[in-house]
Design a protein around this ligand. Structure first.
Ligand code: SAM
Length: 216
């Protein structure tokens, strides 16, 4: 398969060497053909250590950030996961290899349609791609074992906590428009516990319970 060597080096030097330990996450990222989730002219850069443009002013996240966020979800294989921010569909493909069922929401229809096409073509059949405002979650398929938000939120929407199972995990970048902190929130029987992970920079989560489109 194309770019096998680049993918393998990405896993070794960008992920394993920087502390990603979950072997299932490393294997999934060794398997998903990231170059097929970007435009042809960017394919040779798909395994570089950074984010890339995917059109509509949006990005496919840096491989390391995808790995960190996925590892924080602590997936074993039988989970139902909600992703907010489908973008290219790459993160959803990685999740589809690690969980039983993935719902992914995107607010920009052309991105969603393209991601759906790639995911279908590559046979990631346990991913459901939906166009809507993900700031309100996706109550009709809740509760989830994990929710991963791949855009920057100004605060943690309460409905994400409500849509998690007890012991479910929420991974979300929260902060200002240009710099955020990655949070892992665990829903417990009595409330939540939270863990602060790494500083990060994401495009904004825009919607009813996110940033106002006019502000960004
Ligand atoms: N996970 C993506 C991937 O693997 O390519 C990268 C996501 S990109 C950094 C963030 C995405 O979140 C953008 O495509 C953006 O349009 C989307 N987004 C922003 N606000 C949203 C909302 N309220 N609901 C759904 N998607 C949203």
């Amino acid at each position: 398969m194309a770019y096998e060597k680049e993918r393998s080096e990405m896993v070794e030097y960008q992920l394993r060497d920087r502390g990603i330990k979950d072997e299932r996450v490393l294997a999934a990222m060794e398997s998903v053909p990231r170059h097929l989730f970007v435009d042809e002219y960017l394919q040779s850069k798909a395994y570089d250590d950074g984010a890339l443009p995917i059109g509509e002013g949006q990005t496919i996240s840096q491989p390391y950030m995808v790995a960190v966020m996925t590892e924080l979800l602590e997936l074993k294989g039988d989970e139902k996961i909600l992703e907010v921010g489908t973008g290219s569909g790459y993160q959803a493909a990685v999740l589809s290899m690690l969980a039983a069922e993935v719902f992914t929401i995107e607010r920009i229809q052309p991105l969603s349609l393209r991601a759906r096409g790639v995911l279908k073509q590559l046979n990631y059949t346990n991913v459901h791609v939906i166009v809507s405002d993900g700031t309100v979650g996706l109550p009709e398929h809740s509760p989830y074992d994990g929710i991963i938000v791949t855009a920057a939120a100004p605060h943690i929407p309460q409905q994400y906590i409500e849509q998690l199972k007890v012991n479910g995990r929420l991974v979300i970048p929260v902060g200002s428009r240009y710099s955020q902190t990655l949070y892992k929130i665990k829903k417990t029987a009595t409330g939540i516990s939270s863990l602060i992970s790494t500083p990060c920079v994401f495009v904004p989560l825009i919607g009813k319970d996110g940033w106002d489109e006019k502000e960004v």
